[in-house]
Design a protein around this ligand. Structure first.
Ligand SMILES: Cc1cc2nc3c(=O)[nH]c(=O)nc-3n(C[C@H](O)[C@H](O)[C@H](O)COP(=O)(O)O)c2cc1C
Ligand SMILES: Nc1ncnc2c1ncn2[C@@H]1O[C@H](COP(=O)(O)OP(=O)(O)OP(=O)(O)O)[C@@H](O)[C@H]1O
Length: 143
C-alpha cells in the first residue's frame, strides 16, 4: 500500500534547507504532498514576498515532491482530512507542537503519525539556510 507523507511550510525563497527537509520527508514514505501556507496563516514572522501560487509551483518542481497544494485559508486540518496521510513531517524549527497536532488528529479520527524532520548541516560557512538570511543578505549588499 502507498504510504503518503505531508510536509508543509511557507517556502518563500527556496534554499538547501528546504530541499533537505523535503527529501527527508519524501524518504518517510512513497508519495510526498506539500501544503504551501497561505499568507494569512504566516503570522509568526514577516509576510512572504512571493505570491502563494508561485511558492506552490516552485515547490512542485522539486524532484522529491509528488504534489504541492495551497493550504486552506482558515482550517489547516482540511487538506489533511482530504489527503488522509500516513505521516505528517514537521520541519525541524516549525513552531507547531507535535502533541497538539496528534490530539487534533485524534479528535478528527485521522490515523496518522507525526514526526519531526532534522535541520540541514551547513555544507560551508557561507551557506544561507533560511529565507530570512537570504533577504538580510540582499538588503545588506543591494539595499
Ligand atoms: C499539519 C499542518 C498542516 C498545515 N496546513 C496548512 C494549511 O492548510 N494552510 C495554511 O495556510 N497553513 C498550513 N499549515 C501552516 C503552515 O504550513 C506553516 O506552519 C506556517 O503558516 C508557516 O510557517 P513556517 O514556514 O515557519 O512553518 C499547516 C501546518 C501544519 C503543521
Ligand atoms: N535549514 C533548514 N534545514 C531543514 N529544514 C528547514 C531549514 N530551513 C527551513 N526548513 C523547513 O522548511 C519548511 C519551510 O520553512 P520556511 O518556509 O519557514 O523557511 P525558513 O527558511 O525557515 O523561513 P524564515 O527564514 O523566513 O523563517 C519548514 O518545515 C522548515 O522547518
Amino acid at each position: 500500500m502507498t504510504r503518503t507523507v505531508i510536509a508543509q511550510g511557507t517556502f518563500d525563497i527556496l534554499h538547501p534547507g528546504h530541499v533537505h527537509y523535503l527529501e527527508e520527508a519524501a524518504a518517510m514514505g512513497d508519495e510526498l504532498y506539500v501544503i504551501v501556507a497561505r499568507k494569512t496563516n504566516v503570522d509568526h514572522k514577516e509576510a512572504p514576498i512571493c505570491p502563494a501560487t508561485q511558492r506552490r509551483d516552485v515547490v512542485a518542481a522539486l524532484e522529491a515532491v509528488d504534489e504541492a497544494i495551497l493550504g486552506h485559508e482558515e482550517d489547516i486540518f482540511v487538506p489533511i482530512e482530504e489527503i488522509d496521510p500516513d505521516v505528517i513531517a514537521l520541519g525541524h524549527d516549525q513552531h507547531h507542537d507535535a502533541d497538539a497536532i496528534r490530539t487534533a488528529l485524534e479528535r478528527r479520527r485521522i490515523d496518522c503519525e507525526v514526526r519531526r524532520a532534522s535541520g540541514r548541516e551547513a555544507a560551508s560557512d557561507d551557506e544561507l539556510l533560511s529565507t530570512r538570511l537570504i533577504i538580510d543578505r540582499i538588503l545588506e549588499r543591494r539595499g
